[in-house]
Design a protein around this ligand. Sequence first.
Ligand code: FAD
Ligand code: UDP
Length: 395
Amino acid sequence: MPRDHYDFLIVGAGFAGAVLAERLAAAGRHRVLVIDRRPHIGGNAHDGTDAAGILIHRYGPHIFHTNSDNVLGYLSRFTAWRPYRHRVLAHHRGQLLPVPINRTTINRVFGLALATDADTEAFLARQAEPVARIRTAEDVVVARVGRTLYEAFFRGYTRKQWGLDPSALDKSVTARVPVRTNADDRYFDDRHQLMPEQGYTALFARLLDHPRITLRTGTEYRDAARGVRASHIVFTGPIDEFFEYRFGKLPYRSLRFEHRTIAAERFQPVAVVNYPDPGVPHTRITEYKHLTGQRHPATSITTEYPAAEGDPYYPIPTPANAALYARYQALADATPGVTFAGRLGTYRYLNMDQVVAQALAIARRLIAPLPSRAPGFTPHRLPASTVAPPAILPQ
Ligand code: FAD
Ligand code: UDP
């Protein structure tokens, strides 16, 4: 039986895969097959209504935030937006305090009445611990706010979330969260903070709605590769999985999501409440109606329990993992006919807007000219010494 032929086989229907598919089909005029092993589109940003009819995010809260007008402009072709200002509170000794740490947080923790940025900055300077070279996720925080606030808000949360002490993680992990000397309680600093008006899945449906895009959900890469001919592969799954763990497994952190509907209009005062207490097994609880603006007599929440096993959600930024990824990256560079993209494909702790920006840049490179056609290979079961070929079948 003749095999289907496509210019591109894209593995993964998350932001990386869907944006690349749209660009390659619409701007590049290529025939694209998008597959995903999950039964739905959207990757980790997928949302849908639960049994109560409330729109929830199956893989935890996703808030769109960016400073890039370009990324926002691009996505705005596929969705309208709902303005949304994300606020987070953290449980601390029976109080709910703003995170990121701001002047209100500091006043409430220390029983102070600091009134100006300058006073707050001076207070933090007295709290801060000198750190000669900021390398780790602990260094970033103690060098800025000192050990009391570090222990109250960061140490327990980070140990739970990553299964590692902050001193073992790269500084970029906690540097994601700003520290403020004013009373600004927005979680993100970015200029644009929005939610897709009809939800993420609707946005993805419009991204993938193109006559040159074929979509197959519930399809494994291995299975699809057997029956499809493609000139080039874009792989947005875990890069170590693609190479059959040639150099060993790249560690990823997972989460268990517990979704519940509560028979009350409101569960908590803001969308996300963090639980830094090491004695509590979960890290945060999300109440979706704050994010979506949906009106409903009940409310749905998700509790996140970090886990070592399960779907790969977070690349773990440590020096050893960076070194292992560099080996896979070198192998990828030496492998013709395949391009890696996205959070798992490039083993980077990327937000949605960063994944979109990366995908747009990769699409520009791939569109002109069409990448060279690699010789045909069967994708798996190769001798360990062979450089893994792209999963491209003979034409
Ligand atoms: P993914 O969304 O993971 O998509 C990859 C897809 O590839 C998956 O659907 C997977 O099933 C499929 N796949 C993998 N391997 C195979 C295979 N072998 N065969 C077939 N299919 C395969 N970002 C923000 O900007 N704001 C937020 O508020 C935010 N909150 C987050 C909360 C949580 C709990 C998590 C985990 C992430 C959050 N993110 C957030 C990050 C965001 O989810 C990612 O940046 C984005 O979804 C990454 O898109 P991607 O396409 O790279 O990967
Ligand atoms: N973090 C923390 N306490 C908090 C919030 C964040 O210790 O109250 C740390 C933790 O290590 C977390 C990281 O900062 O993984 C980045 O936080 P972010 O909210 O960006 O995490 P994400 O939404 O990506 O899970």
